[in-house]
Design a protein around this ligand. Structure first.
Ligand code: SF4
Length: 107
């Protein structure tokens, strides 16, 4: 009988711990997936900022030659990367060769 109570108590403790840990694990996994997700030019925010993966195709009047994500102050990765997080897009990845109208040269 005592063993049965311990087993039931142990089961309940594990159930409570699992219930508490699962949402935290799911939130962390979701956040990582979000951070690694690439911005798509077809998205509403990207469209409104005229984001493109290839700055050489930009015809916007505010664009100047040489501007690209990898030399923008909002790009959060090194110069030798192909993709990196952009703070304007909530940390989602943009192309190093990309560009948008929020471009600000690195200081
Ligand atoms: S804010 Fe800068 S790094 Fe982000 S998408 Fe626009 S140009 Fe690229």
């Amino acid at each position: 009988m005592t063993a049965s109570k311990l087993t039931r108590r142990g089961f309940l403790r594990n159930a409570v711990l699992t219930t508490a840990v699962l949402p935290v694990t799911a939130a962390l996994t979701s956040r990582q997936a979000w951070a690694q997700e690439k911005v798509q030019p077809s998205e509403p925010q990207a469209k409104s900022l005229k984001y493109t993966h290839d700055a050489s195709t930009v015809e916007a009047p505010q664009y100047s030659e040489g501007q690209k994500c990898s030399n923008c102050q909002f790009y959060q990765a090194g110069p030798d990367t192909e993709w990196g997080p952009c703070t304007i897009f909530g940390g989602r990845e943009v192309a190093a060769e990309g560009w948008c109208t929020s471009y600000v040269p690195k200081a």
